[in-house]
Design a protein around this ligand. Structure first.
Ligand code: DON
Length: 317
């Protein structure tokens, strides 16, 4: 291990020592698979501008990406359908509500932002809305998921896969998300079949990642849309700017204000216990620990990010 690597790894271990004494929070338990994980697992990965990943803890342990997928699917929808079309369907205002709130903007009846479920299901629906701009999409869920998984994998720099058991459970317990999709349909703002949109959303939530993957995905966003490990452009700069803006204001749900003031980085959390954070131009960060706070954010993950931000001066403002 080079001197630089060992200094960074030692520093990350110091964060681990501080974070793992904290046993506060509950596992997500709305499906058995999420409640069955080891609550004490912990990992931090940091990908720097040249794509090197520094990590400690269980950084090769796979967990489901869950709501972190919302940022990626929004990015893909913006890329494929254009900002104007996406904006006509999904707002960019923080809702201040829980992630699964059954709510829409009172005036437009569109979902308030792409980071809550209503907006994320609509972003998935936009990937199913076929036949635009001469594309060859058929609107088929399998086909749309293949494209989505290719995109997620390109951002992570390795082939990702879906956890079938989590997907089946999400599908079996997804009444609330179906209710949201049908509500949007009843308002005339759902751009695809509601069942297909929810199906694609459940699949994307069930994609398995590690903190190393999250860090590389984060560094792809930090790097203006080019994966620094592969050199492959995954997104245009204008899409990246939009995604990072919405992550800043809405990524941590009703904990977003507290997060932005204390950590000061665009981020997205998932009930699987992962958090993806980005320092534009510099770093991608992936953290994992499955015990969650009342907002559905990883308790130790938030703590680790507070540390990183304070110690390394990462706060954007
Ligand atoms: O919509 C759901 O219930 C999940 N599949 C994803 C939720 C999630 O990760 C919310 N995040 N903190």
């Amino acid at each position: 291990m080079g001197i630089m690597v060992s200094v960074v790894v030692d520093y990350l271990r110091h964060i681990e020592t501080d974070c793992v004494v904290n046993n506060v929070g509950e596992l997500a338990d709305y499906i058995p698979e999420l409640a069955a994980v080891d609550p004490d697992r912990f990992a931090v990965s940091v990908a720097v501008h040249d794509g090197h990943v520094y990590s400690i803890g269980d950084s090769s342990l796979e967990f489901t990406i869950q709501s972190i997928s919302k940022a990626l699917t929004y990015a893909l929808a913006l890329s494929r359908r254009g900002v104007e079309t996406v904006d006509a369907h999904i707002g960019v205002e923080p809702s201040g509500e829980a992630f699964n709130e059954i709510s829409v903007d009172a005036r437009t009846r569109n979902p308030k932002n792409p980071m809550i479920n209503a907006g994320a299901i609509t972003a998935a629906a936009l990937l199913l809305d076929a036949g635009h701009d001469g594309d060859t999409d058929t609107g088929d869920v399998d086909e749309a998921f293949t494209r989505l998984l290719d995109f997620y994998s390109g951002c992570a720099g390795r082939r990702l896969s879906m956890d079938e058991a989590v997907y089946r459970s999400e599908t079996a317990s997804g009444s609330r998300n179906r209710a949201i999709a049908y509500m949007l349909e009843s308002y005339g703002v759902m751009p695809a079949d509601p069942e297909d949109a929810v199906d694609l959303y459940f699949r994307q939530c069930s994609v398995r990642v590690t903190t190393d993957d999250l860090a590389v995905i984060g560094s792809t966003l930090a790097n203006g849309g080019v994966n620094p490990r592969t050199g492959r452009r995954m997104l245009d700069q204008v899409v990246v700017r939009r995604v990072l803006s919405v992550m800043t204001t809405c990524g941590m749900y009703d904990g977003a204000g507290d997060w932005v003031t204390s950590v000061g980085l665009p981020a997205k959390s998932g009930v699987g216990g992962g958090i993806l954070a980005v320092l534009p131009g510099q770093l991608g960060i992936g953290v994992y620990s499955p015990r969650l706070d009342e907002h559905g954010n990883s308790v130790r993950g938030v703590r680790a990010c507070r540390h990183l931000s304070a110690d390394l001066g990462l706060h954007m403002f």
